[in-house]
Design a protein around this ligand. Sequence first.
Ligand code: AMP
Ligand code: MN
Ligand code: MN
Ligand code: MN
Length: 300
Amino acid sequence: MNAALQPFERIDLHAHSTFSDGALSPEELVALAATRQVQLLALTDHDTLAGCEAAAQACAAQQIAFLYASELTALWRGREVHIVGLRLDPANTALAAHLRGVQAQRAARVRAIGERLQRCGLDGEAIAGAVLARPGTPTRLHLARALVERGHAADEDDAFKRFLARGQRAAVAPEWPPVEAAVAAISGAGGMAVLAHPHRYQVSAGGLAELCGVFRDAGGQGIEVSLPGMGPGDASRAALLARRFDLAGSCGSDFHMPGLPWRPLGRFAKLPEGVTPITARLGLQPVRSALAASPAAAAP
Ligand code: AMP
Ligand code: MN
Ligand code: MN
Ligand code: MN
């Protein structure tokens, strides 16, 4: 165990709630984190901070250190990449404007998908309306659920295969902000930008290194090196990139729902040798004082 991580042996810096595509409310997520003895938690809903205030309050009641955070969707060379922003200031106006832009783009995409579904003879406009009426970030997963509920698909996977996946009848290509803009929005809000799940991008080793270089030059400071689903090879490749580009190592579960035993909330932070833990770079101290690490959590 890396000595610098001892104050937070069980941390989770990547988790979702109902404010994006997670199944638990922020309060339910924190209750689960408490039963799993999580000591430091970041709520990283896609392109929003909307659930963070409720999660911060629930964490304070449970003595869990909490970071305001979000997983920002971005584009690099036509590919979708995800950038986790940790310890964000929710009052930062430039970040809020960035997130509003992404939300507007998402809403337009949902409406465009709804129109395509309508042209397929389905109640697409009603589906889009229902997805946009719920609080939180609208994603294709919500469209898939609505398609299942209305009997147009057998399950979510079927909905993607027949309608929503790239190249299918109702697919609409997204237009996300460039990586540099996402990193700038995070850095400008006092946060730390972390390249999420590097093992999931379908690029060559050389391409991934180029992405890390662009990300680092834009001000990126961390990379996920310990995540469920990362094999030993994935983790050592991520560690190599961390060392080469001087990125700190982050870890989390990318938790979306209970009942997936291989993706549990709260992870023992086992970081590869020679990788600086992100907690050290965030300047986090033992649990109680770390509550002050989030600007909003520190406010009266
Ligand atoms: P979006 O951000 O709107 O493109 O939606 C992406 C979300 O859809 C992901 O976070 C997943 O939750 C979900 N998703 C993507 N592909 C699939 C799939 N083949 N089956 C089920 N869910 C999927
Ligand atoms: Mn997700
Ligand atoms: Mn992601
Ligand atoms: Mn995620």
